[in-house]
Design a protein around this ligand. Structure first.
Ligand code: GAL
Length: 655
């Protein structure tokens, strides 16, 4: 090659390159502290896709970039030192062949949305982002799911970089918010709490503990208790059996040195149980595999000593890992999965399930267990496949009150994935449960496959998980909670949509627990939304480490009343303006429970219009978290709501 040709080539290359001043640095966002990325599934990865392959969008390969998963968020403090943000975004090609993969990318500068991609689907070309970020301090990159769940939502910020002329950018977390307690302490005078209606099947043993706050000792009584039932004066435990179908309205009474309280209560003897969403605890979100008899007893102890039982919390549910694990090297888990009659054995961490069940019942609480229709559970422990009747019988022998039945390995034996195949194993266990002389709440867990909400009732489920597993991040709570709109028509007494368990308090899925990563405002949103959704409320934290904030959050009777309302309606979204949403649940007395949610990062005002709530005229508005009247409002109500927070009110006609 001659010198002339080389010079000419150099000139062309120089012309093709953008002119970048000497003092501009390029900082790839994947080189920042990406552990601060919050996402609803998996972990953020640098320069490779979520599946560990090369980054690729719509067939175009990228050497550098950040692979994330919807719903996700990355906050970068630019300190005013960057000039441009450049990237290519899209769904990574590693999802091709999977079902779905559709997301929307957003960029926010100092709280304002400055760009969005529109919906991007798997296989679509990468979209170029080129934004002026001069003088911007906080840059937030968000990926939302596109209204079809988060499955396969592998979202790439490919070749994503900042052109930096001043201060270097740094990844940051959401600002720390100090816990703020909203709810006043319960009065020392008696107040009867908990559900106002209770279902039981004819001939099946009934246990219902009257929930009441106020100084102890307390004396309980029930007027008009039907023959067959008795109440223990000092514990408030109602026990016995009713053989005939029918409805009994009784009066619950509680008395202590400071006063009395009474409340009407309906006992409905019929085919349907769980007439209000179950309230309790489950071991998974804290202990996961690290569970044993002692921890379950401690949870039951804490349910009583913390006072949660006085607000209606009643189930103590053991999740996966109480059975024998075939082929396990761990002597605590190994052993014969079943006895000679095919009855399931526990592993050595649960030496005597009947004794454990008695222990829980003696406290006035109920006990739950877990299995799968497949040969093994999700963690590889013995499950119910081909032993459904023996298992149902064993649960009844142990006096179990709740079964979470988790799809897990059933896919291996299902022989299909259509609705019939999805329903089949749930019918089998339903029949088995119907053959035993006990009320066992039947909780279906199969992550929402085949739109379970449309047939969960038909297979006799009392509740059904509508999504994958929750984690203690706002992204997770946000996409699970706010994606429930539209499912309200499938919920009713005894049939509940279940958006998974609560992630407040000390959680961790193992032996290393940590305080929930949700901010206090996010926790108020989480509990408010789950109450509005009439969701089963299963506390997922270590009950022995309940702090004041968490306890306060879980013991607001006016908030729990929204969840336990006997009408059993589920809230839906009635208005959405950008990230501001209003959700409404119609209550039995005609009043409305209304959640005014602010999904933005900063404090802002949110308005609920009476026309959206289907009400008119003067209405009394009561703040449920603060248990305080806010006044009479006409046409609408506006509240100032912290970022990711909520104002939960009850609106009723001003008589
Ligand atoms: C998952 C389920 C979790 C937990 C876990 C136990 O499938 O969604 O809630 O039960 O299995 O292995």
């Amino acid at each position: 090659m001659t010198t002339r040709v080389i010079l000419c080539f150099a000139a062309i290359v120089a012309l093709a390159l953008p002119v970048v001043a000497d003092d501009i640095d390029t900082v790839y966002i994947s080189t920042l502290d990406i552990s601060r990325v919050k996402q609803a599934w998996g972990y953020p990865l640098k320069d490779i896709s979520i599946e560990g392959k090369g980054l690729s969008i719509g067939g175009r390969k990228f050497e550098q970039g950040l692979a994330t998963h919807a719903v996700g968020e990355f906050r970068i403090n630019l300190k005013g030192g960057s000039e441009r943000f450049l990237a290519y975004v899209g769904v990574d090609d590693d999802v091709i062949g999977g079902e779905g993969g559709s997301v929307e990318f957003f960029v926010y500068a100092d709280g304002k949305q400055i760009w969005n991609s529109g919906i991007r689907r798997a296989g679509w070309r990468a979209v170029r982002v080129d934004l002026d970020v001069t003088n911007v301090n906080l840059l937030v990159l968000k990926v939302k799911e596109a209204s079809d769940g988060i499955n396969w939502d592998h979202a790439d910020w490919a070749d994503a970089k900042l052109l930096v002329s001043g201060e270097k950018p740094a990844a940051v977390d959401m600002p720390v918010e100090k816990p703020y307690i909203l709810t006043p302490k319960p009065s020392p005078k008696p107040r009867i709490n908990g559900p106002k209606v209770f279902g039981v099947r004819p001939g099946h043993p009934l246990l219902y503990t009257i929930a009441a706050t106020g100084d102890k000792p307390m004396e309980f009584a029930v007027d008009n208790l039907p023959t067959g039932l008795a109440v223990d004066e000092s514990t408030g435990q109602i026990t016995g059996t009713l053989n005939e179908k029918g409805e009994y309205t009784v009066m619950l009474r509680a008395k202590n040195a400071l006063g009395t309280d009474e409340r009407q209560f309906r006992i409905v003897v019929g085919d349907t149980i769980a007439l209000t969403p179950p309230l309790g605890w489950n071991s998974w979100n804290c202990f996961a595999l690290d569970i044993d008899d002692k921890k379950v007893r401690s949870a039951a102890d804490a349910m009583v000593s913390s006072g949660l039982i006085n607000h209606g919390w009643s189930y103590i549910n053991i999740d996966d890992c109480w059975m024998v694990k075939p082929d396990s090297k761990d002597s605590m888990l190994a052993g014969d999965p079943r006895d000679a009659r095919g009855m399931i054995n526990t592993n050595k961490n649960f030496p005597d399930m009947k004794a454990l069940s008695n222990y829980v019942h003696n406290k006035g609480l109920k006990i739950g267990i877990y299995s799968s229709p497949g040969p093994v559970t999700c963690q590889g422990y013995t499950a119910s496949y081909e032993y459904e009747q023996q298992d149902a019988q064993q649960y009844a022998n142990w006096e179990i009150d709740y079964l979470k039945y988790d799809w897990c390995s059933y896919g291996r034996v299902a022989g299909g994935s259509d609705r019939t195949a999805l329903m089949a194993p749930y019918f089998v266990m339903r029949d088995a449960l119907d053959n035993v002389n006990r009320d066992i709440v039947y909780s279906l867990c199969q992550y929402g496959m085949g739109e379970v909400w449309k047939w969960g009732a038909e297979v006799g489920g009392n509740c059904w998980r509508t999504t994958g597993d929750i984690t203690d991040t706002w992204s997770s709570v946000e996409w699970i909670g706010f994606s429930q709109d539209g499912l309200e028509k499938y919920a009713r007494p005894g049939r509940w949509n279940d958006p998974d368990m609560l992630v407040v308090g000390m959680v961790g899925w193992g032996s290393q627990l940590h305080p929930t990563s949700l901010t206090p405002s996010e926790q108020y949103s989480h509990i408010s939304l789950w109450c509005l959704l009439s969701a089963p409320l299963l506390i997922g934290c270590d009950m022995t480490q309940l702090d004041e904030f968490t306890l306060n959050l879980l013991t607001n009777d006016e908030v729990l009343e929204v969840n336990q309302d006997p009408l059993g309606k589920q809230a839906n979204r009635v208005s959405q303006i950008d990230d501001l949403e209003v959700w409404v649940k119609v209550l039995e007395d005609g009043s409305r429970a209304v959640g005014l949610f602010n999904r933005q990062d900063d404090t802002t005002s949110v308005t609920a219009m009476w026309s959206d709530l289907d009400i008119q005229g003067k209405q009394l508005v009561r703040d449920l978290w603060r248990q305080k009247h806010l006044g009479v409002f006409e046409d609408s109500f506006t509240a100032t709501v912290p970022g990711h927070g909520v104002e939960l009110v009850r609106v009723r006609r001003n008589q």
